[in-house]
Design a protein around this ligand. Structure first.
Ligand code: TTP
Ligand code: MG
Length: 395
């Protein structure tokens, strides 16, 4: 098997940079996109790198940004302009490698294994890509090339802004070791808090920590996933056809089951696995579906749309659990159980644009997201240890 080389590219301060191209008088200035200073209830979508030293960041209330950066220029933003620019970004990238997958409005993965030789070296390819973005769109971006998506994504984050990072083959784990553990996907504030209690500050600390110790605080799969990430392992598959439309897992029981406690535990495992895949694709889901096949092969699905896209286990697990009573309405034993997520969107962008939304709609959406998040910690997810799924789970 050929060792693959994966490139991750993420545009710098994307919405703000696009605005600076549209209006060059904004260049070099602290620029905040998301609302006018007087829009007391808006949130920051992004800020130019000139505004960031003041502490302004995405998702912060506009009012707070205005306090921190009173001399900043504040604008509401223009979604269609960003979408059109994103389309141009995609075009440039697909000229470089046909194996290209947009992961959100401003980031993408490219499998460059087969096309490096055209540019002499990985450094040459990265320079070409960055040059094309500058020449054709006047936009800065950060590029990283590594053995897999995870390391490339982390490295691009470290290289920002206007950077390039190359992680040579075999050096993945060594590259990650000194970095703070929060750079790893799946290590949000809650997980980080628990890791700090265990004395884990860096990725290296996590890599060295015995699985036993981690298992006291996290479910089995979380431990496996954290360990893999800490060792710099990750998927090197770039889906040329674009991101998946849905992701899910299902399993057929050895013996038909009416034990809904056990079935719910199985669903918790299937959900955790699905969400790991979802986060690996850097996606979030808005729709959750429960699938059940009864003893007589009759198959039913039950779906729920969430108030906001998410990739958080507890939120999705909760939605699955709420669908279970519908499946229980038929008392027949269950042969197969499964769950899937669909209506997928690029991850980490939970905050929609102001445009087309009233402030009240906005507030409701944000309050729902916050309430869901504070109500369920990562550990709220129950893990079905007792359920044997070995080899029987399918996508
Ligand atoms: P990011 O790539 O996360 O941020 P960025 O490009 O502004 O800055 P960086 O240099 O750190 O990559 O997001 C891309 C765009 O998506 C961003 O410009 C604005 C938008 N966005 C939202 O609409 N809501 C959000 O919560 C975030 C984080 C971004
Ligand atoms: Mg970006």
């Amino acid at each position: 098997m050929v060792a693959r080389r994966i490139l991750h590219v993420d545009m710098d301060a994307f919405f703000a940079s696009v605005e600076q191209v549209r209006d060059p008088s904004l260049r070099g200035k602290p620029l905040v996109v998301g609302g006018l200073k007087t829009d007391t209830r808006g949130v920051v979508l992004t800020a130019s790198y000139e505004a960031r030293p003041f502490g302004v960041h995405s998702a912060m209330p506009i009012a707070e940004a205005a306090r921190l950066c009173p001399h900043g220029i504040f604008i509401r933003g223009n979604r269609s302009l960003y979408s059109e620019t994103s389309r141009q970004v995609r075009e440039i990238l697909s000229e470089i490698s046909p194996v290209m997958e947009m992961a959100s409005i401003d980031e993408a993965y490219l499998d460059v294994t087969g096309c490096v030789t055209l540019y002499d070296s990985e450094d040459g390819l990265a320079a070409h890509l960055k040059g094309e973005m500058r020449r054709r769109l006047e936009l800065p971006c950060t590029v990283a090339i590594a053995a897999n998506r995870l390391v490339a994504k982390v490295a691009a984050g470290e290289g920002k802004p206007d950077g390039y990072v190359r992680v040579p083959p075999g050096e993945e784990a060594a590259y990650l070791r000194p970095l703070p553990v929060k750079v790893l996907p799946g290590v949000g504030p809650k997980t980080q808090q628990v890791l700090v209690l265990l004395g884990i500050a860096t990725v290296g600390d996590l890599a060295d920590m015995p699985e036993r110790t981690l298992a006291q605080r996290f479910g089995e799969l979380t431990v496996v996933n954290l360990k893999r990430a800490a060792q710099g392992q990750g998927s090197d598959v770039v889906a040329a056809g674009g991101p998946p439309k849905s992701l899910g897992r299902e399993t057929t029981f050895e013996k038909d089951s009416s034990d809904w406690t056990a079935i719910r535990r199985t669903l918790a495992v299937l959900t955790e696995r699905t969400l790991f895949a979802l986060r690996a694709h850097q996606l979030e889901a808005r729709c959750v579906t429960l699938k059940v096949r009864y003893v007589d092969f009759q198959t039913q699905t039950f779906s729920q749309t969430l108030p906001a896209p998410t990739a958080q286990d507890p939120v999705i697990a909760d939605a699955v659990n709420k669908l279970v009573p519908k499946a229980q309405e038929r008392s027949a034993p269950v042969r197969l159980i499964g769950m899937s997520v669909s209506d997928l969107v690029g991850g980490q962008h939970q905050i929609p644009l102001l445009e087309g939304k009233t402030d009240a709609q906005w507030e409701r959406a944000l309050a729902t997201v916050d309430a869901l998040r504070s109500a369920h910690g990562f550990d709220a997810l129950r893990f079905g240890r007792s359920v044997d799924l070995a080899g029987r789970e399918s996508q």
